[in-house]
Write a protein that binds this ligand. Structure first.
Ligand code: SAH
Length: 468
């Protein structure tokens, strides 16, 4: 299958610079299930067209097994399917591999081109759009400013009685930046196709966030795009929608809503106490480098910066919008270079082993683990306690027993709708002790906030120290 992008803004040959692909060369890229070829069917000052052609190997696809073709509903579905002939998520992968620099909005040779809007036209031969068809294609693309032409194909022209297929030829025209156009295609092609060839996982949320963060939050069909992109996996779409929300709720208003000013103030105080205790424990550990995992808007980072003891401060979060807030609150753009050098702020997920997490003396996770799926906590435990292995880990989480004292929190309801679980003191302690046993750490427990004689304190903290 083939996808072409034409530029009609003179000199149209600039397209070659932007894509980092020379018009005179045929270039090929290996993919997991075949090859992608990039070439230019036409190249002149007036009009230049690049073609991305996918040559999918159906045998490779079958070797990929159920994983590549999950959801095929009949036994020969593995062999008889439209995948080699349509623009699908394979095309997204090819786009991101072939044109990654352009998609990231970079052009070393002619940087001024990156922000220039070009008269671009995309032609997609066969795009599947089940459960929605033409109106879905328009619903997804027109709000982004594209002029959309759609032609629906018959199932088989020889047998008109069989009716129409779910396949369309689509032409999109707009004056738009190339990087924007590429990210639109990257997200919307699989969302329209709605049939992913690889597993939908946490990783997919990260990619969607990275590619959609600039335009998806305001898109009127955001929810539908997200859920189709994530193949209707409810928990992942909920998470992505939350992370893409233009205005995230204040981290301090974690607990039940709505709430009077006095309750808000109490919670703000509670959070301050957590952070202050974390800073105290980190200082006591003697660490000179520390990483704040799930740093949110960077409150702890700002407090750590004030302590000269920490020469290196890492901060990671999965949410770009939180990291943006953190930069704003740190006055990142005006920060003195010497301060800036101490900080390393980056996006990442706690569910994946990541070299950037290694080498720190200490790590902090303040009210973070309850945001992870409980049945996947083990992955996080290995990432932190087995691979990164900081000398000290300061970790806090709510104490669910205390919820009964929150007046406007119904029984059985968690404090924040993004919490996946909340633990009693016993549950937290037994989890922490097991982590220590398995990974050679020891742990000491502390309370955060006012301690009630029966239910304990609102929040609990474990300070883990590496054994060796
Ligand atoms: N530690 C901060 C924020 C706590 S809220 C504070 O105390 O103020 C929880 C944070 O964890 C959010 O910013 C959320 O984006 C982040 N988070 C959730 N899942 C994550 C994951 N898998 N990897 C990294 N961060 C994650």
């Amino acid at each position: 299958m083939i996808l072409t992008i034409s530029n009609a803004t003179s000199p149209a040959t600039d397209l070659g610079f932007l894509l980092h692909k020379h018009p005179d060369k045929l270039q090929s890229i290996d993919l997991a299930v075949g090859r992608a070829h990039v070439f230019y069917p036409e190249c002149s000052e007036e009009r230049t067209t690049v073609a991305l052609m996918l040559d999918i190997d159906p045998i490779d696809m079958v070797r990929g097994g159920g994983r590549n073709l999950q959801g095929r509903s009949f036994s020969l579905g593995q062999y008889v399917n439209d995948r080699p002939y349509v623009v699908s998520s394979f095309m997204s992968v090819a786009l991101s591999k072939a044109f990654s620099t352009a998609m990231n909005g970079k052009c070393a040779k002619k940087p001024e081109l990156v922000d220039q809007k070009l008269a671009l036209k995309v032609e997609i031969d066969v795009l599947p759009a089940p459960r929605g068809g033409e109106s879905l294609i328009r619903q997804f693309l027109e709000p982004l400013g594209y002029q959309v032409e759609v032609e629906q194909h018959m199932l088989d022209e020889k047998f008109p009685q069989w009716g129409s297929s779910k396949h369309f030829s689509v032409t999109l025209t707009q004056e738009v930046k190339l990087s924007e156009l590429l990210t639109h295609l990257y997200v919307l092609i699989p969302a329209l196709d709605n049939d992913k060839h690889y597993y939908v996982s946490q990783d997919e949320v990260d990619k969607l966030l990275a590619r959609g963060q600039d335009w998806l939050p305001e898109h009127p069909a955001k929810d539908k795009i997200v859920s189709r992109y994530l193949k209707n996996l409810k928990s992942l779409s909920r998470q992505a929608n939350r992370l893409l929300a233009p205005e995230l709720e204040d981290q301090e208003s974690h607990e039940a809503m709505p709430e009077p000013a006095v309750v808000k103030e109490r919670k703000a105080n509670l959070h301050r106490q957590r952070l202050e205790l974390a800073v105290k424990k980190l200082c006591e550990s003697g660490a000179s480098s520390v990483i704040d995992l799930g740093c949110g808007e960077g409150k702890l980072v700002r407090m750590l910066l004030k302590k000269g003891q920490f020469s290196k401060i890492g901060a990671m979060d999965i949410s770009y919008s939180e990291l943006g807030k953190a930069k704003e609150r740190l006055h990142w753009d005006d920060m003195a270079p010497r301060q800036k050098e101490r900080i390393d702020l980056f996006q990442g997920s706690l569910m994946y082993r990541d070299k950037r997490l290694a080498g720190f003396d200490a790590a902090a996770l303040i009210e973070v683990i309850e945001h992870l799926e409980e049945d996947r906590l083990q992955a996080f435990v290995r990432v932190l306690f087995e691979y990164a292995r900081p000398g000290t880990v300061v970790l806090s989480t709510p104490n669910v027993e205390y919820n009964s004292l929150f007046e406007n929190l119904q029984e059985g309801i968690l404090r924040h709708d993004d919490h996946r679980f909340e633990w009693s003191r016993k549950q937290f302690e037994s989890w922490a002790n097991k982590v220590c046993q398995n990974h050679n750490y020891r742990v000491e427990f502390f309370t955060v906030g006012e301690v009630h004689h029966e239910v304990g304190a609102p929040s609990q903290m474990g300070v883990f120290t590496r054994g060796d």
